[in-house]
Design a protein around this ligand. Structure first.
Ligand SMILES: [Fe+2]
Ligand SMILES: [Fe+2]
Length: 277
């Protein structure tokens, strides 16, 4: 089966900076003949606080004629405790009501696809505990199927055993718990978004893929990260194995967040770049 992964579309009815990339992205998705589209979060500019951002963006997603699965990003449901917009009950309720489940399982032949809400990780609360319990159950019940996991935040940025990267990746304690589950359950793919860099790597037997945003890239506001600075999407072909192709899309405008950050994400100067991704 052919899965198109799109990510970090950052759509909004009011902050329209990146909306122009939706139509060419849609056209390209139809050309691929994808069986399924998976969005790995930051669907919206600010669904964490603006209900209209979610309804507007979901209306656009419904223009896709094939099945669509979505996991939320930090701009959709909030982020870590102590951040400007921490995940809370109201934000989760809004996402679940307007966009659907924030974590899910979907079986396709010999493959079990799992969507995780990575924004729950690192809170140490009942929502995080419930998702881990659920994840352990759906992995244990995979019944010989291979597994591909889709989520917003990557496991790590530079090194699998690095310390806490704060905003950028999953915190060390839940990360280790995920590593143990990946190793125990034949997880073939862990695909994410969030960084606005496109990269492929491996961790033991698991392929790691960072999908490129279809909205914007970062020029000088943040340090260089591994991978490529492109706008585009990913095609994952699932057969006996998984093959993942990062596709740069020239039909999309590669907006630089640096040029519009004051309009799109006007926050305190120190948190500007982090606030954008
Ligand atoms: Fe993000
Ligand atoms: Fe993003």
């Amino acid at each position: 089966m052919k899965i198109v992964q799109i990510t970090d579309t950052h759509l909004s009815p009011n902050k329209t900076h990146f909306n122009g990339n939706w139509e060419p992205l849609l056209d390209w998705i139809f050309q691929t003949g994808a069986d399924l589209v998976i969005h790995t979060g930051d669907l919206t500019v600010d669904g964490a606080d603006q209900e209209d951002d979610i309804t507007f963006s979901m209306d656009l997603m419904r223009q896709l004629s094939m099945p669509v699965l979505i996991v939320p990003g930090n701009h959709d449901v909030g982020h870590l405790p102590g951040s400007d917009q921490p995940v809370d009950a109201a934000r989760l309720e809004r996402w679940r009501r307007l966009a659907g489940p924030d974590y899910w399982v979907s079986d396709h032949g010999n493959w079990r696809l799992i969507g995780l809400n990575s924004l729950l990780l690192g809170h140490g609360d009942t929502e995080e505990a419930a998702q881990f319990t659920w994840l352990e159950e759906v992995l244990a019940a995979r019944d010989g199927r291979r597994v591909a996991i889709f989520t917003h935040k990557p496991l790590f940025v530079d090194d699998a055993h690095e310390g806490d990267t704060g905003y950028w990746s999953i915190r060390p304690a839940p990360r280790q718990r995920l590593y143990d589950l990946l190793a125990a359950h034949d997880v073939a793919l862990f695909a994410s978004g969030h960084l606005h860099w496109a990269w492929k790597g491996t961790l033991e037997n698991t392929a790691l893929v960072w999908g490129p945003s279809s909205a914007f890239i970062i020029d000088k506001l943040e340090r260089e990260m591994p991978g490529e600075r492109v706008v585009g999407a990913v095609i994952h072909t699932l057969g006996e194995e998984v093959m993942s192709e990062i596709v740069a899309l020239p039909a999309l405008t590669p907006h630089y967040i640096d040029e519009v950050i004051d309009e799109v994400y006007p926050r305190s100067a120190s948190s500007q770049v982090e606030a954008a991704q």
